[in-house]
Design a binder for this molecule. Structure first.
Ligand SMILES: [Zn+2]
Length: 191
């Protein structure tokens, strides 16, 4: 299912309609691009807001609840999140140069997935609450106190900006199995 979506997205790139929709192809494990450390955004200009819009469209299309710029191949410290429930209105959030400035001792466990590691899920334990400083879409410095799914999602996405994937938080044996599976799949796609 996800492989098909990925394929149709790649083919769709040649189609003018798809270009207008600005849905970007996702970078998939084991692409080494995912291990790059992203650079800070120096100025929130039209290029950055356009990038954020493209990322939101790509995320909603996937569909996913979070996306870091590096997942569409742009090594900048920018991420988008929408953790609204299915029956609620969309609540797109844009975080530029996000940084964790506080974390609770209390921890929580969520089953995580990643648009760059399609159809693989594993439980990850992280701090239950985090404080994150960031620059918003309007270029203003902000701080957010997050808990629940948003706290986990922020930590997962900020990890991406440092070249870290959620599979780095699971056992080595499980991680090696996932990487092996995706390396095989990438090889068969290349044939
Ligand atoms: Zn991810």
């Amino acid at each position: 299912m996800t492989d098909l979506a990925y394929l149709s997205c790649s083919i769709g790139k040649k189609d003018a309609l798809w270009e207008a929709m600005t849905i970007k192809p996702l970078i998939i494990l084991p692409d080494p691009v995912l291990r790059q450390v992203s650079k800070p955004v120096e100025q929130v200009d039209s290029e950055i807001t356009r990038l954020a819009d493209d990322m939101l469209e790509t995320m909603y299309d996937a569909p996913g609840i979070g996306l870091a710029a590096i997942q569409i191949g742009v090594p900048r410290r920018l991420l988008v999140i929408d953790v609204s429930k299915e029956d609620e209105e969309n609540k797109p959030m844009v975080f530029i140069n996000p940084e964790i400035v506080g974390a609770s001792d209390e921890r929580s466990t969520y089953e995580e997935g990643c648009l760059s590691i399609p159809d693989y899920y594993a439980e990850v334990e992280r701090p239950a609450m985090v404080a994150v400083s960031y620059v918003d879409r309007e270029g203003k410095q902000q701080t957010i106190q997050a808990d629940g799914l948003l706290a986990t999602c922020l930590q997962h996405e900020i990890d991406h900006l440092n070249g870290v994937l959620f599979i780095d938080h699971i056992s080595r044996l499980k991680r090696e199995m996932v990487i092996k599976k995706f390396t095989k799949a990438a090889r068969s796609r290349a044939v």
